[in-house]
Structure formats: C-alpha cells, structure tokens
Design a protein around this ligand. Structure first.
Ligand SMILES: *Cc1c(COP(=O)(O)O)cnc(C)c1O
Length: 352
C-alpha cells in the first residue's frame, strides 16, 4: 500500500445534518452519489446513508444496478438518457429513468417509472418548454409507463445572487403547472440549497451532491461543511542533499541549502495533478511541509529542511479542513469535484 484514502463516515453524517438544517419542513433528500460518490466510494457511502435519505441519484443506469445488487432498496433516479441498450436495466433493477428527450418514451420497457427533465437554460440535457404539447401527447400514447416526477437543473446556482437562477425557476414553474400536481418536483443542487433558499425552490426534494462530501459548490464558503476525505501515505525515502542540487524531472526546483528531502510514493498516476507540482503542502507529525519539484507518475518530493524524519513516517496529502481538495482546486483552476473524482481506483480506501 503506497497511499490510502480515509473516508470519515461521521463527517458525512455531519454534512447531511448541515444540509437537512437548510431544508423546509417535509422536503426529502435525494443524495447524489454518481461517479463513485464523487470518487469517495459509492457503495460504502450508500450503505451508510441509505436510511437517512429518501433517494439516491446516479449518472448511469449501471451504477443503479450495482447499488441494487448490493442490496440498496430506496428509490434511485438515473440522470443519463436511456438507450435501447440500457432500457432493460431500469425495469430489471427498479430504477427511475430521466426522460430528457421525448423519443425516450418509445424505448422504455413496460412498467418503467420516469421523471421528466426540463432544460430551463443550461442547455445540456432536458426537454425545452416548447416540447410540452408534443410530450403530453406522447405520454398519453404510453400508459404502460409511469411518470412520477419532474425536474430541472440550475447552471449558475454556485454563484450567490445570480439572476439566472430565478429566471430558470420562473420558466420551470410555468412548465410545472402544465402537469399533474402529484408529480414529485425537484430542482435544487448544492448551490441552490445553500445560496437560494429564499427563492422557495426546494419543492418536494433536493439533490445535494458536492456538499455531502464537504465542499461548497462555488467560491462562497459554507463553513459548517467538513471534507470527509483524508489522503495519507508514508515517507518512502529520506535523503540528505546539498545546496543547489536539482530535485525531480527537469530539475525545476533546487535545494536552497543543504537539508533533507523525502520521497512520497504518490504521483499523478494516483490522481495528484502534475500541475500541482511545487504548489501544495503536506503534513508530517502535525507540521506543514512544502511539496517540491515536479510531481512524477508515482512519486513526489517534500522538502524537510534541516531536520531528518524517519522513513516510514506518516504523511498527509489531504486532511480534513487543513489540507483540502478545495485548495488543490484553487491552484489548478478547477473545482473540488474534479479533484476527488480524479483519485484513482488503485488508491486504497478505508471507511471509518
Ligand atoms: C451532479 C448533479 C447534481 C448535484 O450537484 P452538486 O453541485 O454536486 O450539488 C444535482 N442534479 C443533477 C442533475 C446533477 O447532474
């Protein structure tokens, strides 16, 4: 084992409670655990929170199949558009389909439940407001299928106070009125839950994703949330190197004075972007050290200064609120979503 990700299930519970405190009475939680729970490990997290949420949401039907085969029984909504190849998975495993295109109703199998997905401005997936009439006719042609919900997705909810959210909501409300009252209605992702509660956009349920794992959706922090992930390794080698000597490929960093250098067996093949080279910190024995030199495929270097530390000593790359994926995202000009989903399968995961 060269490194290990530790997922703190108690922090997941904590984040879920933070989310629930934001919710209006009676609003249900549809936990978004797509893409291996944003890289944290779908099954373990699903098992842990199944009784505390109402639904799970996944990106692909096959993820839903995996959840069912592991014994998950709560409702599961799949975001992707069903195809002829995947249509059977929905009925075989009791998954709720997303209908983002009218033609999908022709391929779903008898008995499939589905939610209507409307595009109100993001222009990624979903039917347009003008599709309503044709859609309703097509729905009437398919009484063997069961429509149980309706939703949309905000594209700017990570930005507090953005008028586009209200604009999308207005379009959605107009569409919503044209369908039966009893359809389960949901719109809110993390940004909408935390930054737009005043718009009354929670309807019957919310779809929190990144906040479950401890991050805000955008620049505005949500201080109550706690990253559920730690990533730790051990010093593989410790060397005394003289002043001016290069470190790593390209020799882009040089020893500022004679001192100790540690090699950690984690690199970009594990999911630490090479672009983070010489820009991140690690923690050893409670003290912060700089990662130096170019991150290579399986290794990175850490400058220890004048003190030697024993090889084998534990080192943290990510740690709670001290060393965060948010910080790596800031440096890489990306978002925490991309950082955690980039941690490779080969990295061991421990759940506690
Ligand atoms: C990923 C996703 C979410 C969750 O978004 P977060 O920003 O992580 O809360 C909700 N709804 C849909 C349709 C999604 O694709």
């Amino acid at each position: 084992m060269n490194s290990k990700v530790i997922i703190h299930l108690s922090k997941l519970d904590h984040n879920l409670n933070v989310i629930k405190r934001q919710l209006d009475p009676g609003v249900r939680t549809m936990a978004v655990i797509k893409d291996n729970a944003y890289g944290h490990g779908m099954l373990e997290l699903a098992r842990h929170i199944e009784k505390k949420v109402s639904w799970f949401c996944v990106a692909e039907a096959v993820e839903g199949k995996v959840l069912r085969e592991a014994g998950i029984i709560i409702p599961i909504l799949v975001f992707e558009t069903p195809s002829i190849e995947t249509a059977g998975i929905y009925t075989d495993h009791d998954l709720t389909a997303s209908v983002s295109d009218i033609s999908v109703l022709d391929i779903l199998k008898k008995g499939t439940q589905y939610h209507l997905n409307f595009d109100t401005g993001m222009h990624r997936l979903g039917m347009l407001p003008d599709d309503v009439e044709v859609l309703k006719a097509k729905m009437a042609d398919h009484p063997e299928l069961e429509c149980t919900g309706i939703y949309t997705h905000f594209y700017k909810a990570d930005d507090p106070g953005n008028p586009e959210v209200e604009h999308q909501l207005k379009i959605f409300r107009k569409i919503r009125k044209q369908f039966p009252d009893d359809l389960m209605t949901h719109t809110a992702n993390t940004g909408a839950i935390f930054y737009y509660q005043h718009l009354n956009l929670q309807f019957d349920a919310v779809r929190p994703g990144v906040c479950l794992y401890g991050y805000a959706a955008g620049q505005k922090e949500i201080p109550e949330l706690e990253p559920i992930i730690d990533w730790k390794s051990r010093l593989m080698q410790v060397m005394k190197i003289s002043e001016g000597q290069p470190v790593g490929y390209g020799g882009r960093w040089r020893m500022p004075f004679e001192g100790y250098l540690a090699t950690i067996p984690v690199g970009y093949s594990d999911g630490v972007f090479r672009g983070l080279s010489s820009k991140i910190n690690v923690e050893i024995n409670g003290r912060v050290y700089h990662q130096v030199g170019t991150i290579s495929m399986d290794y990175m270097s850490v400058f220890l200064g004048e003190t030697r530390i024993e090889p084998g000593t534990e080192v943290y790359l990510l740690k709670g609120k001290d060393l965060t994926a948010q910080e790596w995202a800031r440096i890489s000009e990306t978002i925490p979503y991309e950082i955690t989903t980039s941690i490779k399968e080969k990295v061991d995961r421990e759940y506690r």
